[in-house]
Design a protein around this ligand. Structure first.
Ligand code: FAD
Ligand code: 2HG
Ligand code: ZN
Length: 514
């Protein structure tokens, strides 16, 4: 039966289907996004110096005029986040090219108490990458040099502003692969990835960035360059300071260079897209996949019907499974030997079918078809923005409670202005993306979702932010996942590294509700 299954052509995708290009956000114009300081009007601007002509003159003398943006229309897109839910009022964007320039900028800002907002690809989903008030934007867009790729050790060293997809292309040519991958790869910067400790679709296989990042160079608020750019796998010489910059979202320093361990590129990749009729069967299939696929299992991604259908509609693709399928899985294997991997996958699919876990599905081995299946999974985020406003929750939960909150939330929101309430994510990492959409921002709807969703998550011993970070949007809920003592230590570390609080203020550290 399964040789047929494997040989079966994909019924749903025409071979000539055009490649989908991501990261066009919703049609909402930047200028129509409500200013963050108005939407969150109880938030007070910190006691920072306001930008004056003399500051701009200094930056122009340091970087030249072309790398200091002050024209309102040039600055606009740097003020607005990818989701078009936050708009800062910064008047200047700086584009350094080197660590030395970042150091000079920060020293000057620190001396003059000018607040700054570091920005990479601006694909963050928690409002961390854009100013809240008038913070100076420091963009890493021109810090995009690859310094070295060592084919023997697999270590890549590069500047923080390299786009993830470009790095993937470069290391691929040397028989390597980046240890992380995410839907925003065409825009996000490696420095942004490190600063958010991004997870993504390869974490199941290669682990978190805390393992693959060997070294980091960062600049502290006062301009001091902290060189922790080790390329060694083993280096137990005191405190592991690089970890402070992983996931600190620009509040402790600006990451300028990184050293990353890249694994060998897998020779064979297969993707199965499967239809299931209950969440219990999703979990049973996960257990089976782990035991049958072992070391070749590289992704185990999940989406409910509403998530899949929003991508199918948004991307104008056909669904690879029947449209009324309650739950779908995208399972990827990658390994060194295609015969070996296909044999494992066949056995897994055969068992999953015989046990009645899966109802339907398709298998892809050709790169173009694999890409189309991944496009559907990765296109959900973008497609959801077409509804208007997206309330986004990125939680991790014990497996047995993984999907409960989606059903509970749907029930809770009945009769309100919500359009869609759906769940998808990285089952293998226990990471659920709960998304609620509405035509526009609605405070009453928000109050119905929050803090309920966070209280529920904490009650079930989950995390209120699995992979997207805290940014601006979750500062008032960090306490659900961190003890008071841990939060106090975080504040002490911040005070040591950035005593004037100029680095990405209003982000990460707990605040009053806003
Ligand atoms: P930005 O958005 O520019 O910044 C993010 C934060 O890092 C901000 O706080 C910013 O101040 C700080 N920062 C940026 N660069 C630096 C630097 N050099 N030094 C210090 N601080 C810095 N995230 C996941 O974890 N997994 C996913 O699967 C995933 N998929 C996504 C799919 C889509 C379509 C989109 C739009 C986003 C997705 N994200 C995902 C979220 C986002 O892409 C990640 O958080 C990413 O790591 C952000 O990188 P960036 O360069 O865009 O950073
Ligand atoms: C993903 O896994 C990203 O696709 C985005 O982390 C999740 O849109 C989201 O909520
Ligand atoms: Zn994700």
């Amino acid at each position: 039966m399964f040789s047929n299954y494997l040989a079966r052509p994909c019924r749903y995708f025409p071979a000539q289907c055009t490649v989908v290009k991501f990261l066009h956000t919703s049609p909402v114009k930047c200028s129509s996004v409500e200013l963050t300081q108005i939407r969150y009007s109880n938030l007070k601007r910190g006691n920072y110096t306001s930008l004056a002509d003399k500051h701009v003159s200094f930056f122009e003398s340091l970087l030249s005029k072309t790398r200091v943006l002050t024209d309102k229309s040039d600055v606009e897109s740097y003020n607005v986040d990818w989701l078009k839910t936050m708009r800062g009022a910064s008047k200047v964007v700086l584009k350094p090219k080197s660590t030395e320039e970042v150091s000079e900028i920060l020293k000057y800002c620190n001396d003059n108490v000018l607040a700054v907002c570091p920005q990479g690809g601006n694909t963050g989903l928690v409002g961390g990458s854009v100013p809240v008030f008038d913070e100076i934007v420091i963009s890493t867009v021109l810090m995009n040099e690859i310094i070295s790729i060592n084919k023997t050790s697999g270590v890549l060293v590069c500047q923080a502003g390299c786009v993830l997809e470009n790095l993937e292309a470069e290391v691929t040519e040397r028989g390597l692969v980046m240890p992380l991958d995410l839907g925003a790869k065409g825009s996000c910067h490696i420095g942004g990835n490190i600063s958010t400790n991004a997870g993504g679709i390869r974490l199941l296989r290669y682990g978190s960035l805390h393992g693959s990042v060997l070294g980091v160079e960062a600049v502290k608020a006062d301009g001091t360059v902290v060189d922790c750019l080790s390329t060694l796998k083993k280096d137990n010489t005191g405190y592991h300071l690089k970890h402070l910059f992983l996931g600190s979202e620009g509040t402790l320093g600006i990451v300028t260079k990184v050293a990353i361990q890249c694994p060998p590129k897998p020779q064979a990749v297969n993707v199965a897209f499967l239809a299931l009729d209950s969440f219990e069967k999703v979990l049973a299939t996960y257990r089976l996949a782990r035991s049958c696929l072992g070391e070749v299992l590289s992704s185990f991604e999940f989406m409910d019907r509403d998530s899949l259908m929003v991508a199918v509609t948004g991307l104008k693709l056909k669904s690879p499974v029947p449209e009324d399928t309650p739950f779908s899985l995208l399972i990827e294997t990658s390994g060194g030997n295609s015969d070996h991997d296909e044999a494992k996958l066949s056995l897994f699919l055969e068992q999953a079918t015989n046990k009645g876990f899966i109802n339907d599905g398709t298998l892809a081995t050709e790169p173009s078809r694999i890409k189309m299946l991944w496009d559907l999974r990765e296109g959900i985020t973008q497609s959801l923005t077409m509804d208007g406003y997206v309330y986004k929750y990125d939680i991790s939960l014990p497996m047995e409670h993984f999907y409960d909150i989606v059903s509970i939330m749907k029930e809770r929101l009945k009769g309100t202005s919500f359009i869609r309430c759906c769940g998808y994510g990285h089952v293998g990492d226990g990471n659920l993306h709960l998304n609620v959409t509405a035509p526009s921002f609605d405070r009453d709807l928000l109050d119905l979702i929050e803090p309920f969703v966070y209280e529920w998550t904490a009650k079930h011993r989950g995390s209120v932010s699995a992979e997207h970070g805290i940014g601006f949007k979750k500062t008032s809920v960090v306490h659900f996942s961190k003890s008071a003592e841990a939060l106090k230590l975080m504040a002490q570390i911040k005070a040591i590294m950035d005593p004037k609080g100029i680095l990405n203020p209003y982000k990460v550290l707990p605040s009053d509700p806003h």
